[in-house]
Design a binder for this molecule. Structure first.
Ligand SMILES: [Zn+2]
Ligand SMILES: [Zn+2]
Length: 163
């Protein structure tokens, strides 16, 4: 709110150049989707859609992961916390560059992670939400079932809920 589409269009066009000055140590590389890759220390971005302001927001968000040094996490919950921190930082960087990120967009993205976390942490046997015991395993404190999950990552599709 308060930011017109034309402003966002203008920003998206030159945003990567601006981010390179704000975050000179961060590498940017073209790829299939927005992503922070701790392995290559690169912010990956697809073709920027100038009509979609959320592309600028994604770019700010992934850059925030890079600036915050988000390289490793041990649990899904830790990843969720990092996602939240990255959005906070993205809002700050955006403010410096005159880009206002829609708070609803941030909540949507975090909700996507929360839903994902809820699914992973729900016991397949009794349905109780349980604690993670290591990067790829959960154990139910109610019925003692253990189950494994795929390893978590920063690259997640952000717009699953809205088509
Ligand atoms: Zn993220
Ligand atoms: Zn259970």
């Amino acid at each position: 709110m308060g930011v017109t589409n034309s402003q966002n269009r203008l920003m998206a066009h030159k945003l990567i150049d601006k981010l390179k000055t704000v975050a000179p140590d961060v590498q940017f590389d073209h790829g299939n989707y927005f992503c922070w890759s701790p392995k290559t220390q690169c912010v990956i971005y697809p073709s920027i859609n100038d009509t979609d302001p959320s592309d600028s927001w994604s770019l700010l968000h992934e850059t925030a992961h890079a600036l915050l040094g988000h390289n490793d996490y041990k649990t899904d919950l830790e990843l969720l916390v990092m996602e939240s921190e990255a959005w906070d930082r993205a809002v700050q960087i955006g403010a410096e560059l005159g880009i206002k990120i829609d708070p609803d967009h941030i909540q949507d993205c975090l909700d996507t992670y929360r839903d994902w976390l809820h699914k992973r942490s729900t016991c397949p046997t009794c349905g109780v939400v349980s604690l993670q015991i290591n990067a790829t395993n959960y154990r139910c404190h109610n019925c003692n079932t253990t189950w494994s999950v795929s390893s978590a990552r920063f690259c997640r599709p952000y717009r699953l809920k809205r088509s």
